[in-house]
Design a protein around this ligand. Sequence first.
Ligand code: GTP
Ligand code: MG
Length: 195
Amino acid sequence: MKINSAEIIISAAKPHQFPAGPFPEVALSGRSNVGKSSFINTMLARKGLARTSQRPGKTQTLNWYFINERFHFVDVPGYGYAKVSKSEREAWGRVMETYFQEREQLKGVVQLIDIRHKPTEDDVMMYDWLKHHEHPVLIVATKADKIPRGKWDKHVKQIKEHLELHTEDKIVVFSSETGQGKEKAWKEMSNLLFG
Ligand code: GTP
Ligand code: MG
């Protein structure tokens, strides 16, 4: 995919701020610190467009990126982040529910999982919930540069088994450091967006 333009258009804290319009979108979901913002920067070849951080839970809004004046990426705040109050967490939960239940432009969800570890309970819950709402899911097994290539297959198998990945959902081994998996991820995301 050749990227001609990419810009952040809104950081939305409330559903009424979600952008209207006909453009299809994919959402990026995953635990805090898994590499969602890094994934966006690598896919768009725009260093620093999506803010990355060593400190988990930095992204606290739904962030819309408008690409090639044709489609959107939506960076969703990382789940499994406990350092906010219970009421804040509940309010966020409702915003997220509205988004994933009602957003008609949403064509599929990229769920990022750290290739090094077996999926957490939160990962499994998120996947089940997305499938309950019948969203197509692309699993991106990220930080692949952190384990030897010879171990990728074993770790992919572990992720598939723990999630009980549906046969129609694909999995891509990815690294923001090396660009591993970038082309395959674009191919699968294009299928979700325009297929
Ligand atoms: P939140 O916005 O807090 O939910 O985090 P995030 O999922 O957006 O993660 P982010 O992209 O900010 O990355 C978190 C940390 O992991 C940063 O220090 C990144 O540099 C690092 N990181 C992300 N992807 C990779 C990768 O593929 N390989 C390696 N080695 N490090 C990565
Ligand atoms: Mg982020």
